[in-house]
Design a protein around this ligand. Structure first.
Ligand SMILES: Cc1cc2nc3c(=O)[nH]c(=O)nc-3n(C[C@H](O)[C@H](O)[C@H](O)COP(=O)(O)OP(=O)(O)OC[C@H]3O[C@@H](n4cnc5c(N)ncnc54)[C@H](O)[C@@H]3O)c2cc1C
Length: 269
């Protein structure tokens, strides 16, 4: 179908490489790695494959650079903390050692949000939230569920559906994107007109920062007087979201999916 409608696909340039090269070697010192490994029980990787793969999101620029095997700014290490305390300890260490930090949920950012820019810092770390993916329970008082930030769409959905509820948030990246990523980007979905915008449905949130944790509950002023919506959707610039609660809705009794394939623009319009 694509070949007929769009012409034969252009094969990617062949160079024998499977992925783009890194922009340079890791700039971390042995003492940095020792300090990080003391704080994180999950992996701390400076392997080229991890550094390159966790430096790309899904923006047009990212996809073209990957296809053309062009180097993009490459993170100096990828870390997988396994608890909020470990993550907070990394932020404190990074701040003291002049290291920039980029939180990485599912890496589906279309806006280069996971590009590891060093800025004025000495080097940059990418913190993958994938090990912080546990459900933290349903609160019947507020009709809400809490999850750790790294829980992906299918993990969230299967936990909730087994309990007869849904959160009704289905961005098209649902399979790969995360609870924390959805909130931190104020994402919307094709079901938002039915269930409401994600920022209006958050009941609680907890962030790790270099100086400790910040917490917020719906109806309260934001931490430090910051507008809670700004804090929630700050994409990691004001703190790393480690868990959040979201108002639920009953599961639909029945759902159907239909797709329509149109032969050309005219009937579609
Ligand atoms: C095929 C496709 C379809 C998409 N469809 C939609 C759609 O329907 N609706 C929509 O709104 N978007 C959509 N997007 C964009 C993207 O999926 C959303 O922005 C999503 O919310 C990002 O979630 P993520 O977990 O992948 O976050 P990432 O891409 O990993 O991160 C996004 C940003 O948030 C920050 N971040 C991630 N986790 C945290 C955290 N725990 N604490 C603080 N900051 C954090 C990152 O540093 C980055 O700046 C789509 C993307 C793709 C590739």
């Amino acid at each position: 179908y694509f070949e007929r409608e769009l012409g034969a696909a252009t094969p990617p340039p062949h160079s024998g490489r499977e992925r783009p090269p890194p922009s340079g070697p890791s700039r971390l010192r042995e003492a940095d790695l020792e300090g990080l490994r003391m704080r994180v029980s999950g992996e701390v990787s400076t392997e080229e494959q991890d550094r390159v793969c966790y430096s790309f999101g899904r923006s047009y620029e990212d996809l073209i650079a990957w296809r053309d095997l062009q180097p993009v700014p490459t993170t100096d290490a990828v870390l997988w903390p396994t608890s909020a305390d470990e993550l907070q300890a990394v932020l404190a260490f990074a701040s003291a050692q002049d290291l920039a930090v980029v939180p990485w949920g599912g890496g589906t950012s279309l806006a280069r949000g996971v590009t590891p820019l060093t800025g004025s810092h000495r080097a940059v770390l990418t913190i993958c939230l994938g090990r912080l993916n546990r459900p933290l329970g349903i609160d019947p008082r507020t009709d809400s569920a809490r999850f750790e930030a790294g829980a992906r769409g299918p993990e969230v959905e299967s936990y909730l559906r087994a309990r007869g509820v849904t959160f009704g948030h289905y961005p098209l990246s649902f399979e790969f994107s995360t609870w924390g990523g959805w909130i931190s980007t104020a994402s919307s979905s094709q079901s938002s007109s039915r269930y409401g915008e994600i920022l209006d449905r958050i009941t609680s949130a907890r962030w790790a920062t270099p100086t400790g944790f910040q917490e917020w509950k719906s109806g309260e002023a934001g931490p430090g007087g910051i507008d809670p919506r700004l804090m929630l959707a700050s994409e990691g610039t004001l703190g790393v979201l480690v868990e959040a609660g979201l108002r639920l809705a009953p599961s639909p009794e029945k759902s159907t999916v239909r797709a329509v394939l149109l032969p050309s623009w005219a009937p579609a319009l």
